[in-house]
Design a protein around this ligand. Sequence first.
Ligand code: ZN
Length: 458
Amino acid sequence: MEITCAGAARTVTGSCHHVRLDGTEFLLDCGLFQGGHEAEADNRAEFPFEPAGVDAVLVSHGHLDHVGRLPLLVERGYRGPIYATGATRNIAEVILRDAAKLQEEDHRRELRRATRAGREDEVLPPLYHDADVDRTMELFRTIDMDTPVSLPGGARARFRPAGHVLGSATIELDHGGTRLLFSGDLGNRESALQAPAELPQACDLVLVETTYAERNHRSREATEQEFGSVLASSLGTGGNVLIPTFALERSQAVLYEIRRLMERGAIPRVRVFLDSPMATRLTRFYEHGKNEFRDEVKEVLAEGRDPFAPPTLEFTVDTEASKAINAVEGGAIILAGSGMMTGGRILHHLKHNLWRADASVVVVGYQASGTLGRALVSGAERVRIFGDEIRVRAGIHTINGFSAHADHDDLRRWLDATGDAEAFLVHGEPDAMDAFAAELRAAGRRVTTPEPGNRYRR
Ligand code: ZN
């Protein structure tokens, strides 16, 4: 067996692992590197394998950092099947088309700027276009959870629920008497919506994510209580409450909690806006998902009700409807992207509300350094949005418990079920990864923290 990590090696994004098993070549995920100029260069770099030589691609879930380089793989010669669950296929299409659109918009903006400077020759083309996404989607083969599937070369794979986002799976790959296991992204056992990841069987080698290998999350109950009391006190001032959210999983988890709080009478039934076309499309998929949710969520669906729809929910898809929200008086809850406040419709709402003392921002996701979100969480008194200086008078609250990722104890429990398999640690920051590697080695496990592009033979 040979393993080459073409992403998510000593870093979090760009998940992409090339595996040669008994002469057959597999690719596990083909995700985009995200964050800054370095990521841009990594995405444009050649793959450390020949795309046309890969026999099958298996995709763990629909996040951009797990599917975002698929169109590049196809453009560079891959013509084989891409296996994924049905939900992952649907989510991947929404995410990839949005990525192609953003890349084309960025390219047009850069070209305008470069043309004014007489440097248009220096502008690189978009990474890919919507037509590349069309060609990619044709290669998808959807498979059911927990059902073995035959792959090229006589190999077999089984996808099992990972508890991370809708459709997310761990992938078991059997070939020539060897079993390799890929965690994809593992869910938080205290997830608002997903049932915990199914525990794996023993295997020979396991590739496991380590995003939160160094910490444990708060319990679901504590998170729900904290979220409820922050919303109740924020709405008590009569101002608007802004919730910047990621479109996949976080938006639906937040809507789910708001619905429960309203039905219990814990917060007033103010208007709730999901001001994101992408989150609106993804929420439709959630309404048709069933199998992987926690029992409580399944029960609401079984009653014919929508778990993700507070009684006052409004979807604002076109920009006119989005702008009209600015005129709403007397307190409303507004969910919009982007999750780290680096772009998107949330910026307009922040511009209209941050300077009001009765408004609130409730932060429910990780805020990377250098983002507007991080500045607000860190207590910035003034920020700039669309060139305007804004005094921050709104209340800023952070709720930490909404993570969609396994924590330290989740990872240990899942890994323990793999027997004495060698562990390749991927999808994490080096510090957290190294500390976890030391802990696992002390417990007697063989551990490798692969370097990007290196080939490991086992
Ligand atoms: Zn993910």
